[in-house]
Design a protein around this ligand. Structure first.
Ligand SMILES: NC(=O)c1ccc[n+]([C@@H]2O[C@H](COP(=O)([O-])OP(=O)(O)OC[C@H]3O[C@@H](n4cnc5c(N)ncnc54)[C@H](OP(=O)(O)O)[C@@H]3O)[C@@H](O)[C@H]2O)c1
Length: 325
């Protein structure tokens, strides 16, 4: 079968569509015929060994010190259940499913998943391409804003990187929770972020974030523009800073508890089945919609990786997977 692979860390040119052995299916496994798979910022970081901040060394230890240990790429998928193992009960052949796998290999013609993983049936309104583009950003937004921040109606949230793979879903999740949303994005993304539902937008090229007035209950920084010092000034008393990428500066701020009456939470999102189920509910309630930057043919996966690495995609970049047997 065809799969997206890489043999060494590097730029988008190291990814290639190659012929590999199909995965073996255990008794508790579910085999998916993949129709679409996204390329997200996590996939870029794994391909380039571009692990941010304090994850630089743990990332290499996890994914391979000098070269990638797991050579099959891809974490998000949408497809159709092809077959199920004798003890797998959740899905049946023919079901349309989507989700995330942390072990890689989702950008391939076939994928084996555990039915207890972050997987759910695709809402009827979504195409495979739309479904494949949602889990990475939407699960992150749901967990950080809904669970860690416990965002409440009427609270004010500042979302930095509001047009990106996480931000485009974070704006929608924050609005679904009833918050007042200020979205920070580039000059070409202002209307786009407003149409996602943001109450106010800020162009980071025209406005120095250091000059913002503040008064936010939550600051969610998906890009890395807000220092702990600045977040303290932007937050109300008891407010929470959620930086998605963090280094020693943020860890120091958390450990030294320098945020008198302000909080900081440093976390890495886990991919959980229950969050996928909540995601489906929000989609079916009309509160969350897919935001697709572009769909690329599978053979153009290197271009898709380059688009993701630009840090200017809007929402999700998706690969249309076709079996070229
Ligand atoms: N901790 C976790 O569990 C977790 C989970 C998921 C993701 N992440 C991390 O979160 C980050 C965000 O991922 P993503 O997929 O949302 O990224 P992305 O799709 O590349 O989005 C980038 C966003 O940043 C904006 N931006 C670009 N240049 C900027 C600048 N100079 N100043 C301010 N904003 C700028 C872009 O706006 P314009 O295009 O409008 O310029 C866009 O909104 C990644 O680093 C990823 O690794 C962490």
């Amino acid at each position: 079968m065809k799969a997206l692979t890489y043999e060494r860390y590097g730029g988008p040119e190291v990814v290639q569509v190659t012929e590999v052995d199909p995965p073996s299916v255990g008794t508790s496994d579910t085999l998916i015929r993949v129709h679409a798979s996204a390329v997200n910022t996590g996939d870029w970081r794994i391909r380039a060994a571009a692990f941010p901040g304090v994850l630089a060394i743990p990332g290499r230890l996890m994914f391979g010190l000098f070269r990638p240990r797991q050579q099959r790429l891809g974490s998000e998928f949408a497809g159709v259940v092809e077959s199920v193992g004798t003890s797998a009960k959740r899905f049946k052949p023919g079901d349309r499913v989507f989700g995330m796998v942390s072990s890689g290999g989702a950008s391939a013609a076939y994928l084996v998943i555990s039915e207890t993983g972050a997987v759910a049936e695709i809402p009827a309104s979504l195409s495979f391409e739309e479904a494949a583009g949602m889990p990475f950003g939407a699960l992150c937004a749901l967990v950080f804003l809904g669970e860690y921040a416990d965002l409440k109606a009427g609270q004010k949230v500042l979302i930095v990187g509001a047009s990106g793979g996480v931000g485009a879903y974070a704006v929608q999740v924050a609005k679904a929770l009833g918050a007042h949303v200020t979205g920070v994005a580039g000059p070409d993304s202002q209307d786009f972020v407003a149409k996602l539902g943001a109450d106010d937008t800020i162009d980071y090229r025209r406005t120095d974030l250091e000059t913002l007035d503040g008064g936010y209950d939550v600051v969610f920084d998906t890009f890395g523009s807000i220092s702990p010092r600045l977040s303290r000034r932007l937050l109300v008393e008891g407010g929470l800073f959620l930086p998605l990428n963090f280094g020693m500066r943020e860890i120091g701020a958390a450990i030294l508890n320098s945020f008198r009456n302000r909080k900081i939470r440093l976390a890495v999102n886990e991919d959980r089945m229950n969050d996928m189920i909540r995601l489906v509910e929000l989609i079916e309630d009309g509160k969350l919609r897919p935001v697709i930057d572009r769909v690329y043919p599978f053979e153009e996966a290197a271009d898709a990786h380059a688009r993701v690495e630009s840090r200017h995609k809007r929402g999700s970049v998706v690969l249309k997977i076709v079996e070229m047997a």
